[in-house]
Design a protein around this ligand. Structure first.
Ligand SMILES: *Cc1c(COP(=O)(O)O)cnc(C)c1O
Length: 316
């Protein structure tokens, strides 16, 4: 399946997808075009990863936390979840196991199909789909060392009372995509979005950290998603004695930071080498970034026993 990925489009692969309680052949996990989520964007999802560990085989990283966030997203969006958290934890494990991919990206999605096209979605039962595929690196692997060139987007991150930033919602990504397309057109690899008051919020799908005089700072959770990688990095940093602070960060604070990096399940720990063409620190991956990045990979690959409870073996 991992080789298929590069030959065939994502919908045309071998393997199975979990759809509403059953494993169905990959190519048959389809829905009708008159689909509420497709038309209006109301659906919630997760991005989860499994890594191949030496001792315990493939393990899903922070599975229970991702599933809990999916349920929070659904609650915020008033979507009644038709399964329990335990059922969806088990389903994710099953999908990875059935597809025999030990390094995988897992995508649970909760969406509505529709009887009518009215926006009220009254009485609709959400569907749940879980797919898993081989997705080794969000960008070219060298970027983990060299870092990304970032541009501040002219698009504002969602206001706390227009969208709900604690929820990982399909439609919210239009804002991320606008930002991404805008900066890509100018030759940048990632966008940084500011909140409606002009403070640093997050990347298109990643949280941001800066290092200043040995302290690690990240924006508080007012407008950015409560990233699980963000929480992992804060925990790892505190445990190894790096002072941390969650606070509002201004654009100029970012520019004069010693180091900066993004975090996310897909992006993992991604150094930021410049913002708007201005080098951050020495313009390459900083020392604390490198340290946290390496601790992060030790953790997800099960080489750090302190965090072994974060790993769920796919085949126990
Ligand atoms: C998913 C996501 C993140 C990263 O969250 P993780 O739990 O670390 O994967 C950050 N920002 C946005 C907008 C996201 O959707």
């Amino acid at each position: 399946m991992s080789t298929d990925q590069y030959i065939n489009p994502i919908h045309d692969q071998n393997g199975v997808i979990w759809l509403d309680g059953q494993l169905v052949p990959w190519r048959e996990a389809t829905v009708h075009g008159l689909n509420y989520t497709l038309h209006y964007g109301l659906g919630v999802f997760e991005g989860v990863r499994a890594y191949r560990t030496d001792q315990r085989g493939a393990c899903i990283f922070r599975l229970a936390d991702h599933t809990r966030r999916l349920f929070c997203s659904a609650k915020i969006m008033r979507m009644p979840m038709p399964y329990t958290m335990e059922e969806l934890n088990e389903a994710q494990r099953q999908v990875v196991s059935a597809n025999q991919i030990d390094e995988s990206y897992i995508r649970p999605l909760c969406f509505y199909t529709s009887h009518t096209m009215g926006i009220h979605a009254a009485g609709l039962q959400p569907h749940v789909l879980i797919a898993a595929w081989h997705w080794p690196s969000y960008m070219e692997p060298e970027v983990r060392e060299k870092g990304v060139a970032v541009k501040v987007s002219s698009y504002t991150r969602h206001n706390v009372n227009s969208a709900m930033s604690k929820a990982k919602v399909c439609g919210h990504y239009v804002n991320s995509i606008l930002a991404m397309k805008e900066v890509e057109a100018d030759g940048y690899a990632e966008a940084l979005l500011l909140d409606n008051e002009g403070y640093v919020s997050e990347g298109s799908g990643e949280n941001i950290f800066i290092v200043h005089n040995g302290t690690l700072y990240t924006p508080d959770l007012a407008t950015c998603l409560a990233g699980i990688t963000r929480d992992t990095i804060l925990t790892i940093a505190r445990d190894c004695g790096i002072p941390t602070s969650e606070k509002r960060i201004t654009r100029d604070e970012l520019i004069i930071a010693d180091e900066a990096f993004f975090t996310g399940t897909a992006a993992e720990v991604l150094p930021i080498c410049s913002v708007d063409g201005i080098p951050i620190g020495e313009g390459k991956r900083g020392k604390i970034t490198a340290q946290l990045q390496s601790l992060y990979f030790d953790t997800v690959y099960g080489r750090n026993n302190d965090y072994s409870t974060w790993l769920t073996p796919v085949d126990p």
